[in-house]
Design a binder for this molecule. Structure first.
Ligand code: ADP
Ligand code: MG
Length: 367
């Protein structure tokens, strides 16, 4: 929790320009701040240029909406998703709502594009590693045999059949866990909801995911990319209206064992936590895709991530490996701004050519 709070302070420091809230109230458009505790994380809402009453009403609606999605999409607390998981285990079909059916279809497409590195069908593995709990897991990691018991059944979101609202799985070992893209999808919805209310300048920041509407007065909204090793930011990025930035890292949730931090991001090819990449950030215009891609690039690792970014339609990404080396695509490098002093050394990595592929299989090695 302290980490999250510190992250928010950093973001707030970057978001809120020199003027104090009081000065803004007296001289310029109003800036409304509220922190919601939803989706298992703190969500900071900043609404600019609206009356206090309008901003407050919008923020309250966001709180209700996030709460609703959190309940429906939760991986282990009873709700629509857990009901679907129970039906899958029993070999039945289950009727979800249109929203969840659409999210699962999007999940299948993103998973295919990632070559299966992003796979919301591996919930059984996530649970086995102890991440289906509100507090970080303690105790030894699962045994090889326990991991193999799940891996041998090859669960994946590709096994789902989605016909309208009816969802079933050809593989009863599939357990859905939307944790890697639900936050991004929820931010997409929240932004749409604000727009529908006529709000055209806002920021939504949900631990690792930031989505902006419009601009911060006459400036773009500016957000930080966190340093995964210590308190602070690696760089800042100015987001254009409608852009999102999602970061996945091993600093938010992990299992600590024998002095090692085991990431909550698992490699679906091995069943083990990701090691080489400690942070991946993706800038895009779709929250669900950016969130899914940040997870997929973390799994892909140093050799393969450019291929996966290309296949997922991502141009703007930054990764940090366990040694602290920062990698960025040319599009991302062009957007980075120093926070204090200079930017860290950055290795620029060109994305491979866009080769159309209609299967879900990655090349064996980076090309
Ligand atoms: P964060 O929650 O920090 O934004 P991610 O977006 O990377 O992190 O999501 C990680 C979560 O997604 C894990 O807690 C787990 O629930 C789930 N997950 C872990 N590994 C994968 C994977 N390879 N593909 C899809 N979901 C995953
Ligand atoms: Mg993610």
């Amino acid at each position: 929790m302290r980490r999250v709070a510190r992250g928010l302070v950093l973001l707030a420091a970057l978001l809120v320009a020199a003027a104090s809230a009081a000065a803004l109230r007296d001289r310029g458009p109003r800036e409304y701040h509220e922190t919601l505790y939803v989706f298992g994380t703190l969500v900071e809402v900043v609404i600019y240029g609206e009356s206090e009453a309008d901003a407050q009403a919008a923020s309250a609606e966001l709180g209700r909406e996030f709460g609703r999605l959190h309940h429906a999409w939760h991986a282990w607390r009873p709700g629509m998703l857990t009901s679907l998981n129970e039906a899958i285990a029993a070999g039945h079909s289950y009727s979800v709502d249109n929203e969840l059916a659409g999210l699962l279809e999007q999940g299948q497409a993103l998973s295919c594009a990632s070559g299966g590195l992003f796979d919301p069908g591996i919930g059984a593995l996530v649970g086995l590693w102890g991440f289906h709990a509100d507090t970080p897991p303690v105790g030894p990691p699962p045994s090889r045999a326990e991991i193999d018991r799940i891996m041998d059944r090859h669960p994946g979101i590709a096994d789902l059949r989605i016909e309208g609202r009816a969802v079933s799985s050809s593989n009863p070992a599939v357990r859905l866990d939307l944790g890697a893209y639900a936050k991004g999808a929820a931010l997409d919805r929240a932004a749409a909801l604000l727009k529908a209310r006529g709000i055209d300048s806002a920021v939504l920041n949900a631990g690792g995911g930031v989505q902006v509407l419009g601009r911060h007065g006459d400036r773009p909204w500016r957000v930080a990319i966190r340093d995964p090793f210590e308190w602070g930011a690696v760089a800042a990025v100015s987001l254009a209206p409608g852009e999102v930035l999602h970061s996945s890292g091993n600093y938010e949730r992990y299992l600590e064992h024998d002095g090692q931090r085991l990431s909550h991001i698992l490699d679906p090819r091995t069943g083990y936590p990701v090691r080489d990449i400690v942070s991946a950030s993706v800038l895009d215009r779709n929250g669900a895709r950016a969130d899914a891609a940040a997870t997929a690039l973390s799994v892909a690792g140093p050799g393969l991530w450019p291929v996966v970014a290309r296949r997922m339609g991502i141009e703007t990404a930054l990764l940090i490996d366990a040694s602290g080396q920062v990698f960025a695509t040319p599009a991302m490098a062009a957007r980075l701004e120093a926070v204090a002093g200079e930017l860290p050394p950055i290795r620029i990595v060109e994305l491979p050519e866009n080769r159309a592929s209609d299967d879900c299989v990655l090349p064996a090695a980076a090309s």
